[in-house]
Design a protein around this ligand. Structure first.
Ligand SMILES: *Cc1c(COP(=O)(O)O)cnc(C)c1O
Length: 351
């Protein structure tokens, strides 16, 4: 803190991103990045875009990228909005659709950026308790509220709900916006994008950071009714019209068009997840059923922090939160088969 800080930021507790170590030797299973490289076509497109035209501002409307997304999802281009990572899209959406008088509701255990946004934007929130098995407390998200945010699959639990559940949520909350954050949808869940034409209160948010191996490029998008998309545009153009740069637009569009490469990556990740889940259960771990590129696990008799530190000493980074509900749990990203073999060996030593 500093005496020149505005009152608004004096009490803010910002989001803490997962560690990005400079030490290349560490096996990084802490931020759910993809262990495989991006599509070669995306790299080519980025190289091709790295030329003279960088002196010009990028297309603020990201037309080419939005057209690629709209085509893949069977939507109109006016139902798609692009931003600098889905974190930016979420930040815009909280400002565009939620008012200070009414509580925004979301599960207590979910993406830790949501409470940061409500605080920072001066919104009220209600964090509803999870079901005992850590699944999403859907009924509690259906009462009176000023908006709903649901990560599907949820993070850090990895648990997904079916589209009939998302639909129930949309029907129960017809007068507020329901944001469905689908950062991990490609690893086994079903996208709510196909409900967009029937629910004007639905905003689906996706990203190239996980399943398209482009966390470093910073591209996310929202899909929803054209009226909602206009709301996001209104917020963006009140802050910074050019949030997605030329390289990012070119690379993301090429990655989205390379469907074969995308499919091969997500299938590999899901295969690895399957054997790692079995191997951990065999060793006595509790593993939540994950439809994401990570597992949320606990080992009875061992504190989460103890396993976190022990793994780090063995060169493996995983994610842990110092929160009472989940302090004995670790979130482990799915890496390559080789990386996961090192993880399992490390855990075996620690038990
Ligand atoms: C990773 C993640 C995001 C952010 O993704 P970016 O597009 O990289 O900003 C959003 N929501 C959830 C739940 C995530 O885990």
């Amino acid at each position: 803190m500093n005496r020149f800080w505005s009152k608004r930021i004096q009490d803010v507790v910002p989001y803490t991103p997962g560690e990005q170590p400079k030490d290349r030797q560490l096996i990084k299973l802490n931020t759910n990045e993809c262990p495989y490289p991006p599509s070669p076509k995306a790299i080519e497109a980025i190289k091709a875009a790295a030329g003279d035209t960088l002196r010009l501002y990028p297309d603020p409307e990201c037309v080419e990228l939005r057209a690629a997304i709209a085509k893949r999802e069977g939507l109109d281009i006016n139902q798609v909005f692009c931003g600098n990572g889905s974190d930016e899209i979420l930040a815009f959406a909280f400002q565009a659709f939620f008012d200070p008088e009414r509580e925004v509701v979301f599960p207590r255990i979910t993406y830790s950026f949501y409470p940061v946004y409500t605080d920072f934007f001066g919104l009220k929130r209600r964090e509803v308790p999870m079901n005992p098995d850590f699944s999403d407390p859907i009924d509690l998200l259906c009462g009176q509220n000023g908006g709903v945010v649901l990560a599907n699959p949820n993070a850090p639990t990895g648990i997904a709900v079916g589209l009939e559940v998302v639909e129930k949520l949309l029907k129960a909350n017809p007068d507020v916006v329901v944001i469905v954050d689908e950062a991990y949808v490609d690893f086994g869940a079903e996208s709510a994008a196909k409900l967009i034409n029937r629910y004007p209160n639905l905003l689906v948010v996706q990203t190239t950071s996980k399943s398209r191996a482009l966390a470093g490029l910073r591209v996310g998008w929202a899909m929803g009714d054209a009226g909602l998309i206009d709301g996001l545009r209104c917020v963006r153009d009140s802050i910074n019209s050019y949030t997605v740069d030329r390289l990012a637009q070119a690379g993301a569009a090429a990655a989205i068009q390379d469907e074969d490469y995308f499919q091969s990556v997500r299938v590999k990740v899901m295969k690895t997840r399957k054997w790692v889940e079995s191997a951990l259960k065999e060793k006595g771990f509790t593993v939540l059923p994950s439809q994401a590129n990570f597992l949320f696990v606990r080992c009875p008799g061992h504190a989460g922090k103890e396993l976190l530190d022990g793994l780090r000493e063995r060169g493996v980074l995983v994610r842990w939160w110092d929160k009472p509900d989940i302090k004995d749990w670790l979130r482990i990203s799915i890496g390559t088969d080789e990386e996961m073999t090192v993880l399992i060996a490390g855990l075996k030593e620690l038990m």
